[in-house]
Design a protein around this ligand. Sequence first.
Ligand code: HEC
Ligand code: HEC
Length: 207
Amino acid sequence: MGIHGQRGVSCADCHMPYKSEGGVKFSDHHIQSPLAMIDRTCQTCHRETEEVLRQNVYERQRKANEIRNRLEHELAKAHIEAKFAWDKGATDGQMKDVLALIRQAQWRWDFAVASHGAAFHAPQETQRILSHGLDRAMQARLAISKVLAKNGFTGDVPMPDISTKDKAQKYIGLDIDAEKAAKDKFLKTTVPAWLEKAKANNRLAQK
Ligand code: HEC
Ligand code: HEC
């Protein structure tokens, strides 16, 4: 959706640039950030210095993140306020529009953020989607305050302290120690078993 896509630049041009080894030229299958090798990625097409090109990327990411952060704050508040409304006796009918708006805001966040590269790949489109997401989140919060008023509540909804990752994980009831233990077990048992199987099937170098 960005200018590179529109000009036919492919993923591999930036993420799998050509390299040579022993006189053989091939595309690098170690897929990584193009910023780790700007001389073989951006500079095959652009004459600017590495630093200018790097800043081109960071500038687009910073600007998108500005709106992303705003959207995340409002979306989190909308979710918390929605629960508060249910607890105050809101009905399915009263919450119908609220739920649609929260979902619409959440989807826009997902679209713009979950792919990670979008802020550079398609800066304008990403900003557009994030802005609409922010708008939907604000509309959701407005709709919730009306639902709350109908149920006799007009004050500010109390907000939990989710200012750090640790506090946010506790608030949502995530057992991070159990998650870490599960990951540890996966790395120690499942992954080695996969590697053995891949070697047995000649899919992986024996060493
Ligand atoms: C014009 C160059 C360019 C093209 C073309 C391009 N990318 Fe990217 N991509 C980047 C840059 C730059 C980043 C950000 C790297 C960074 O922040 O270190 C990025 C980031 C990403 C990320 C996020 C990686 C992460 O860890 O956050 C993914 C995934 C990705 N690109 C996939 C793709 C796919 C799939 C395509 C093709 C559909 C593609 N890219 C096309 C330049 C490009
Ligand atoms: C295969 C060629 C190619 C590669 C590789 C490439 N670009 Fe581009 N880039 C283009 C083309 C083509 C355009 C559109 C310019 C035009 O048509 O006038 C463009 C446009 C741009 C623009 C201006 C876009 C805008 O916002 O209007 C920036 C900035 C840019 N590239 C940065 C980068 C960076 C950073 C990298 C490496 C991560 C990169 N490019 C890799 C071909 C490439």
